[in-house]
Write a protein that binds this ligand. Structure first.
Ligand code: ADP
Ligand code: MG
Length: 265
């Protein structure tokens, strides 16, 4: 029976969301039917799964009023289904519009069928506008994970995202630590997770294999399937799949956050 797991991965730009999303999608594809929906205007979530950049839903709709499934859903590595919602040019309009338009279209086209085991949304978390909330709406994602490193701005964004999750009464499944290689990193992230009433569900090491794979427009899972790094994405995929502990986060206010952060300096 399909579990129909609907996951949203949030985090600040450049923190490693797309790398994690594409690699765990590749991990799920070993046993499951999975779809990845890139909701970042950068529209590069699926590049390493598909081997090149996809046309976005917004781009397709510019040329075609009646888009069909095959115009917007593309088959990538190991049959992972790939979608990029797209967004406006930088500085023009709401970054969330692509997400709203895409989700409505995918819904109408019947993409979210019951035989899907895993749906993964890759969502930029530093643009808190209408689009931010869309994947969190009940009918789309059921659970949220936030990616951060131990850096100030990444944790600051993670704390802000958790405010959004709280407001929308979203289920926070945990924090993913994507290491930048800074001192005390795992401890800092783990203390941050407890401070907001959550926990770390996975730790991904910094690795050269990520860049080497990205250079070839491949996931680490495809290019280095037998590596330790690939195993860490497999483990994260499994731990998310099996996770049944969720909380409504309890974000810090700005003073609490500053105080928290300075404890680690
Ligand atoms: P986001 O989707 O959050 O904007 P990306 O997944 O595109 O971030 O990652 C940003 C950059 O960081 C990419 O160039 C990627 O190769 C690199 N990166 C991500 N995770 C790791 C890692 N664990 N080790 C080394 N580099 C990484
Ligand atoms: Mg990205």
């Amino acid at each position: 029976m399909s579990k129909n797991k609907k996951i949203a991965i949030y985090g600040k730009g450049g923190i490693g969301k797309s790398t994690i999303v594409s690699n765990i999608a590749a991990a799920y594809s070993e046993n499951h039917k999975v779809i990845v929906i890139g909701c970042d205007p950068k529209a590069d979530t699926t590049r390493t799964l598909y081997g090149k950049r996809l046309p976005t839903v917004l781009d397709v709709l510019k040329d075609k009023r009646q888009a069909q499934i095959e115009d917007v859903v593309f088959e990538g590595f190991n049959q992972v289904m790939c979608v990029e919602s797209g967004g406006p040019e930088p500085g023009v309009g709401c970054a969330g519009r692509g997400v709203i338009v895409s989700m409505n279209l995918l819904d109408k086209l019947g993409v979210f069928s019951d035989d899907l085991d895993v749906v993964i949304y890759d969502v930029l978390g530093d643009v808190v506008c209408g689009g931010f909330a869309v994947p969190l709406r009940e009918e789309f994602a059921d659970e949220v994970y936030v990616v951060t490193s131990g850096e100030y701005m990444a944790l600051y964004a993670a704390n802000n995202i958790s405010k959004g999750i709280k407001k929308l009464k979203g289920n926070l499944g945990g924090i993913i630590c994507n290491c930048k290689g800074i001192e005390n990193e795992e401890k800092t992230v783990s203390e941050f997770a407890s401070a907001i009433g959550s926990r770390v569900v996975g730790v991904i090491a910094r690795s050269q294999l990520v860049q080497k794979s990205e250079y070839d427009a491949k996931t680490v899972m495809e290019k280095f399937p037998d590596s330790k790094q690939a195993d860490s994405y497999r483990k994260l995929a499994r731990d998310i799949y099996d996770n049944d502990k969720f909380t409504v986060p309890n974000p810090m206010d700005i003073d609490e956050f500053e105080e928290f952060f300075h404890k680690f300096q």
